[in-house]
Ligand binder design. Structure first.
Ligand SMILES: C[S@@+](CC[C@H](N)C(=O)[O-])C[C@H]1O[C@@H](n2cnc3c(N)ncnc32)[C@H](O)[C@@H]1O
Length: 291
């Protein structure tokens, strides 16, 4: 099996989490197991890794990858907002480390079927969890102009949110907007030329993905619950990829009396990693310890 996703900030995650032999690790976003396999190697035969993911298609890849190192792991489909219930369900008790690497994997991004990327043609779906009903296509074709504009502003900080929402509503009166290429094309055509440092559809796609997957609420719930499952002295590390998430993590760690912030300054990838992996360019990691 081919593994497309290159794990981000892997050396830094291992260093800041101080993973030792025999530890129990909870990987909230196991994905293709890129971080998970390194955790498994370090915890050895006495340790145990629990890995969850919303997307069952990536779990198959993780299973195959992790099995090459040991059998001391359990993977299953779940949402990290349910972290404390999951631990009770599997009867594990408290864990030594909690890790989350937010967003989507390169595999999901490259698969047109998810509809995450404006560079791949596919249905406007954007659900990581296929059991959720709402898709990006519903938002684009059924929500009011005001609702669309507010989603693009709130979750994408898109300064042309009103302009884009107006055009979407105008076009959908004539035809339904079904695909990623159709939506990206609408945005490209109307986006002011002097504001094209990044692809004009970037913020709209980010906003829709965050909204459809309720990403910010899931993150807040996970950050609130994670200290409940950590042992005293146990650590949590979270890697995020945009400022909305990073702000939530920073504030949650700072204001949580149960935690001590380990890195006052956010951890970012060094030049070697940035050169090797474009996806790492916006990554930020924050780490805290249960006191
Ligand atoms: C950046 S990838 C993780 C990659 C992984 N660390 C690796 O190196 O292979 C993020 C993963 O988190 C999953 N995910 C996103 N939100 C989630 C949630 N609320 N609960 C569980 N998994 C989630 C996505 O499906 C995706 O597979």
């Amino acid at each position: 099996m081919e593994f497309i996703h290159i794990p981000v900030l892997i050396d830094e995650a291992l260093e800041y989490l101080c993973i030792k032999k025999g530890e129990i690790i909870f990987d909230c976003t196991v994905g293709e197991g890129g971080h998970g396999i390194e955790f498994l190697k370090r915890i050895g035969s006495e340790g145990y890794l629990v890995g969850i993911d919303l997307d069952s298609s990536v779990l198959k890849k993780a299973e195959e990858r992790l099995s090459t190192v040991s059998t001391n792991f359990k993977l299953f489909r779940g949402n990290f907002k349910d972290i404390s219930n999951i631990i009770i369900e599997i009867g594990l008790g408290k864990v030594d480390k909690v890790f989350a690497d937010l967003g989507m994997s390169s595999f999901q991004l490259s698969e047109g079927d998810f509809g995450f990327s404006f560079k791949e043609d596919g249905p406007l779906d954007m659900r990581m969890d296929k059991y959720v009903k709402l898709t990006a296509e519903d938002v684009i074709n059924k929500f009011s102009e005001k609702e669309i504009a507010s989603i693009l502003w709130e979750y994408g900080e898109e300064r042309f949110s009103k302009l884009i929402a107006k055009k979407i509503v105008e076009i959908r009166k004539v035809r339904k907007i079904n695909t990623t290429f159709e939506l990206a094309d609408i945005i490209v055509r109307i986006y002011p030329v002097h504001h094209r440092k990044i692809h004009p559809a970037t913020k709209t796609f980010q906003a829709l993905r965050i909204y459809v997957n309720d990403e910010l609420n899931n993150l807040k719930l996970m950050l609130d619950k994670a200290p409940e499952i950590l042992k005293i002295g146990g650590r949590i590390a979270v890697i995020s990829y945009h400022s909305l998430e990073d702000r939530i993590i920073k504030n949650a760690f700072k204001s949580d009396q149960r935690l001590r912030v380990i890195n006052k300054k956010v951890v970012k990838p060094g030049p070697v990693e940035l050169k090797a992996n474009r996806r790492a360019r916006s990554a930020k990691m924050r780490v805290a310890e249960l006191v």
